[in-house]
Every structure is written in structure tokens, then in C-alpha cells.
Design a protein. Structure first.
Length: 416
């Protein structure tokens, strides 16, 4: 049996690959010959053989000090000595602060080069490399084969019914409080709709393009909450703008662009939106931070609603749903976790798709449906598209800010 790798100084470094998170220590204990399990916080490890690696929870890359990769990859391997002696400079710095690493090939093992530090002899593996060379360090690799197959079977059966994607591995380990708050707000708003306290009939066009119900400014004149209009109607907003110009923003019902996302057209509409918000939003909120995520979601919802008002052929129906905000979150997920995979059932076959493939098909479908939508369309296709475009455009700026924040918080910032 290999001896445990000696404990080294704590790594305090920015992820050298995605640069979006500080490396997080991960304790692994041997449970069988070539099987390891991630130790839980404060777990009594007894006399178990233990190894600590340092991983990025965003891109799933990991840093292995000398000896750790061979130990975790399995006793029959000798990966660290199989590196091709020839090398070339890497664009990444050693997490231990030794300077620029070098790229080495692993001929016959993996196609992409791995990063190796010539000073401390440590090795950096990107997420897909880690999955191939040290699968025992990933949650999927630590699962019992029978349990993993049973889980996939259960997911497949559920997906046959609902046709929704499922994350293969969720990198989040914190509570997404903003996502939860939004979900509670959506269910609460729908309950008000069911009770008749929020009535979409208040949004029907009235005189001069104003809603037949009340607007927020009317509360001072005795209007009640139940009288208010919360959803935009494209024809009404355009009429208000043509008649009042910029004054329509304060005197008309343009405020509904910020409130329409609370409302939904039925249980299927609500549950579908909530599902997509949760599976994509928890990851993005953890990375963005709560306030930034909340503002981002609201911005995507408003932009999506505004685009729907401008482009929809259905100018008489209220525009409702959180889809624009959720589409923005999906675009952010694509930027932040492009290598994550989703299970999706197609013609009874469960496929494991990269998220970029799934979202490429999703965006294409929204675009085609938007182009051919008619005046009686019941789906806000342009809200989806432009919410996604907002997310795709704003996320790089947020990630740039995030990388700077992470670099300032660690002892060893990444290069670049």
C-alpha cells in the first residue's frame, strides 16, 4: 500500500484555470483499494489513509502536490513519472507561488497537456482531465456503481414524464438564498392570482391606452391592491408612449416591466420556470453573490419584457412570467460552467450533454418560434431570447469583477 502523502502548507491561491474562485481544500479518505470518499467536515477519520487536494468548485480543476496524483489515480498507475520530458511554458502560475508552470503531454493517456510545476513538482488538472485521470476525487467517481446506475435509472424514468434536463453533478455547496426567496415570491404571487387578489383583467386596455384597472399612482386616490395592474400589454404601452412620450414612464403602466415576472399563466408555467431557475440559478448565485445576482435577475427580466413589448405580434395579451430573468441566468450558467453536463432524454434515450449543446439547441428553438410567432402567440419568445442576450452580455463584466475580487483575497493570485 502506498504511504499517506505528508501534510503540506495550506494552499491559498486563486484557481489558475478559470480564476473565478479560490482553491478549496478537499480531504479524501481511502475506503477501498482504489476508492476514495470525500470526508465531511469534522468527520472522525480514525486511522484512515487521508489525502488533501485543493480544488476549484467552479471549473472542478484540482491541484495535486507531489505524490498525490499517483496515490489517488490508483496503485497500478505512475502518472507523475509518465509525463513527457519535453515541455513548453504554460500560461498558468503554480498555486504555491513558484512561478509559471510548464505543459507536459501524457502520451497514450490523455490528449490535452497537463500543467506541472518544475519547482515543487505539483500537477494541475483541469476538470475534464481530473475526471479522466483521478476520477476517484470527483463525486461521480466516488459513488458506488450500483447506486450510480440506480440514480440514473430513476432520473431517466422521471425525465420520460417531464422532459426536463437534470444536472449530472451540481457544484454548489451553499444555500442559494436569493433563488429561494424568488421561488417563494413566485409561489406567493401565484397564490394571490388563484385567490383573485391579483387579477390580470385589470391589465386589459382601457381609455387612452391605460389599463382598465388601477396603477400604483392611483393608490393615493383610494385604489386598492386588488385593483392594480401588474403586467404589461404591448399595445397599451406603445399607445402610451406615442401619446405621452417620456412622461409615459411615470404616468403610464411601464412600471409593469419590473413586476410582470411575478405572475404566471398556470401551474405548468410556474413549475417549469421554478425548476429551471433552481437548477441553473443556485450555481450562478453562489458565484455572483446575492446582491449582484438579484440585480442581474431583475435586469434580465426587465430587458426580456421590454423586448417582448417591442417585438411581439400579440399586442393585446398581458405579458407574464419570469422566463426573461431565468433565460439571463441560463446564459450566465453557460459562461460560468461551460463544461458542466446535463442529462436529457431524447426518444427514450438518456443523453449526457454538455450544457453548451443543450443551450445552443434551446436558443435556436426560441429564435425559430419567435420568428414564426403569430398574433395569438401564448409564449413570450422574445423575452426568452433577449433575457438570454442580456445575460450573455453582462456576465463577462461580472466575471471580470469577480476575478479581481478573488485575486485580492488570496496570497497567490493567478496569472492574467
Amino acid at each position: 500500500m502506498n504511504a499517506p502523502v505528508p501534510t503540506r502548507d495550506q494552499v491559498d491561491a486563486q484557481c489558475p484555470a478559470c480564476r473565478l474562485h479560490a482553491l478549496v481544500p478537499m480531504l479524501l479518505r481511502r475506503i477501498e483499494r482504489d476508492r476514495w470518499a470525500q470526508a465531511e467536515p469534522n468527520e472522525d477519520l480514525g486511522n484512515d489513509e487521508v489525502v488533501q487536494i485543493d480544488a476549484c468548485p467552479v471549473c472542478n480543476g484540482a491541484w495535486f502536490d507531489v505524490g498525490e496524483l499517483d496515490l489517488l489515480a490508483g496503485e497500478a498507475t505512475d502518472l507523475e513519472h509518465a509525463l513527457d520530458p519535453s515541455s513548453r511554458p504554460s500560461k498558468r502560475g503554480c498555486p504555491r507561488g513558484c512561478g509559471i508552470m510548464r505543459e507536459h503531454d501524457l502520451p497514450g493517456v490523455i490528449r490535452t497537456p497537463v500543467d506541472h510545476c518544475p519547482a515543487c513538482k505539483g500537477i494541475w488538472l483541469d476538470g475534464h482531465e481530473r475526471h479522466k485521470l483521478a476520477k476517484s476525487t470527483t463525486r461521480e467517481g466516488q459513488q458506488d456503481v450500483k447506486k450510480r446506475l440506480a440514480r440514473r435509472g430513476a432520473i431517466w424514468a422521471a425525465q420520460l414524464l417531464v422532459q426536463l434536463p437534470v444536472e449530472v453533478e451540481n457544484p454548489v455547496n451553499t444555500t442559494p438564498w436569493v433563488v429561494i426567496t424568488i421561488l417563494v415570491a413566485l409561489f406567493g404571487s401565484f397564490a394571490l392570482q388563484l385567490m383573485g387578489i391579483v387579477d390580470l383583467g385589470n391589465c386589459a386596455p382601457g381609455l387612452a391606452g391605460l389599463p382598465s384597472g388601477a396603477m400604483f399612482g392611483d393608490l393615493a386616490d383610494g385604489a386598492t391592491f386588488a385593483d392594480l395592474c401588474f403586467a404589461p400589454v404591448a399595445g397599451s404601452l406603445k399607445h402610451q408612449w406615442g401619446r405621452l412620450g417620456f412622461a409615459a414612464l411615470s404616468e403610464g403602466s411601464w412600471y409593469t416591466l419590473a413586476t410582470h415576472w411575478f405572475l404566471h399563466g398556470g401551474w405548468a408555467h410556474l413549475l417549469g420556470n421554478c425548476y429551471f431557475l433552481y437548477i441553473f440559478g443556485d450555481n450562478v448565485e453562489t458565484l455572483f453573490g446575492r446582491l449582484r445576482f438579484a440585480l442581474f435577475f431583475l435586469g434580465a427580466a426587465i430587458v426580456g419584457g421590454f423586448a417582448e413589448v417591442l417585438l411581439t405580434q400579440n399586442t393585446i395579451a398581458p405579458i407574464i412570467g419570469a422566463s426573461g430573468g431565468i433565460a439571463g441566468v441560463m446564459a450566465a450558467y453557460l459562461w460560468c460552467f461551460p463544461r458542466n453536463k446535463l442529462f436529457q432524454v431524447v426518444l427514450f434515450v438518456q443523453l449526457k450533454l454538455p450544457v453548451w449543446v443543450y443551450l445552443f439547441v434551446w436558443v435556436g428553438f426560441q429564435a425559430v418560434m419567435g420568428v414564426f410567432a403569430t398574433s395569438d402567440a401564448g409564449v413570450a419568445w422574445f423575452s426568452h431570447l433577449f433575457g438570454f442576450a442580456f445575460g450573455g452580455g453582462v456576465t463577462p463584466l461580472i466575471l471580470w469583477m469577480r476575478r479581481g475580487e478573488v485575486a485580492r483575497s488570496v496570497r497567490t493570485p493567478a496569472l492574467g
